[in-house]
Design a protein around this ligand. Structure first.
Ligand SMILES: NC(=O)c1ccc[n+]([C@@H]2O[C@H](COP(=O)([O-])OP(=O)(O)OC[C@H]3O[C@@H](n4cnc5c(N)ncnc54)[C@H](OP(=O)(O)O)[C@@H]3O)[C@@H](O)[C@H]2O)c1
Length: 302
């Protein structure tokens, strides 16, 4: 394989780290952190940063953004700047230089009213400021060039900061005698490492891998089942838990969330499978590996 130049904007994030890890063996990576390119900057400053760090790239990946769903409700202008305006600047800069641009979006562009997996043809109908900003960012990406790709992801976890949902669930079970987790939200826990691996063969395919593409680990569960699997896996590693059972909680009973979350956001990966002939692993496999490798050791060291 010819080595190519890949720019990763947001290389410190969970997905950014996995993209870097998967790509760096075969390609030359330009890893941009917030220090190199702040999405809050003006169009001119973003272009200068790209001139400096991403010139000559074959593809630019954007995994940075405002990912704090509740914070977006409080500061809609931040969501707009980071997830739409800056995306548009990057997309236009790339298009002017014939650099393929891949942006990442979210299951939160949907309202969750379906009860079968969402396909790329389903209309968006976001319930939150975050979801709306991601939908607008998709449009900005795809409007800039028909060589671009938007990859929609869901229930993402992986190593890095801030700590992911599995870390949170085990931490609570170590410290508390009761743990209640939402049981009426259904999705597919998705490992950043698997998402990066799945995307890898499509990175430079600007003829067929364009437009919208859904990626997630196979199978689905409720948030409560997700947390229960985390506890079971941690326990199997020898982590001492104060509670072994996750009790149900409905979304209506939940306090503290500002943004409305969609209830059902399983994504169909049929398009990806048809395009590549590959399937993604069931959600349990990578989650067990993640708990064994990244979560349990933190508690076993104490
Ligand atoms: N997490 C999920 O469940 C989920 C689900 C579906 C889709 N997605 C999408 O997947 C993509 C990656 O998500 P993730 O979970 O990897 O996110 P993450 O771990 O929260 O990482 C976000 C990255 O964005 C960077 N960032 C934030 N504000 C910035 C700014 N003003 N300028 C430059 N960089 C900034 C952060 O930089 P610092 O390290 O400096 O803070 C961080 O590296 C995002 O597009 C997200 O919308 C996520």
């Amino acid at each position: 394989m010819n080595r190519k130049k890949v720019a990763i904007i947001g290389s410190n994030g969970r997905l950014g780290r996995s993209l870097q890890e998967v790509c760096q063996t075969d390609h030359d990576i330009s890893a941009l952190t917030r220090h190199d390119l702040d999405l809050a900057w003006s169009d001119r400053k973003i272009r200068e940063a790209l001139d400096q760090h991403a010139q000559g790239s074959d593809v630019a990946l954007l995994s940075a953004g405002n990912t704090n769903v509740d914070q977006c409700e409080v500061s809609p202008e931040d969501a707009e700047q980071l997830n739409v305006t800056a995306v548009s600047s990057i997309a236009r800069w790339c298009a002017e230089r014939e650099i393929r641009f891949i942006n990442f979006s979210s299951d939160y562009v949907f309202d969750g009213h379906k009860d079968s997996p969402y396909t790329e043809d389903d209309p968006v109908s976001p319930l939150s400021i975050y979801g709306q900003s991601k939908a607008d960012g998709e449009e900005a990406t795809l409007d800039a060039s028909d060589r671009n790709l938007v990859v929609r992801l869901t229930w993402l976890y992986g190593p890095g900061k801030p700590l992911a949902t599995p870390d949170w669930a085990v931490d609570l079970a170590v410290k508390n005698e009761h743990l209640n987790v939402v049981s009426d939200r259904i999705g597919s826990p998705s490992y950043t490492g698997d998402m990066a691996e799945a995307l890898f063969p499509l990175l430079f395919d600007d003829q067929t891998a364009t437009g919208l593409l859904h990626l997630c680990n196979a199978g689905s569960c409720t948030w409560q089942e997700w947390a229960q699997f985390c506890l079971d896996s941690a326990k199997a590693c020898g982590v001492e838990l104060r509670t072994h059972t996750v009790d149900p909680l409905t979304m209506d009973e939940l306090f503290g969330d500002r943004a409305t979350r969609p209830k059902y956001t399983v994504l169909s990966t049929a398009k990806y499978e048809a395009m590549t002939g590959r399937t993604l692993p069931d959600w349990r496999e990578p989650l067990k590996h993640y708990i064994e490798t990244y979560v349990a050791p933190r508690f076993l060291r104490i």
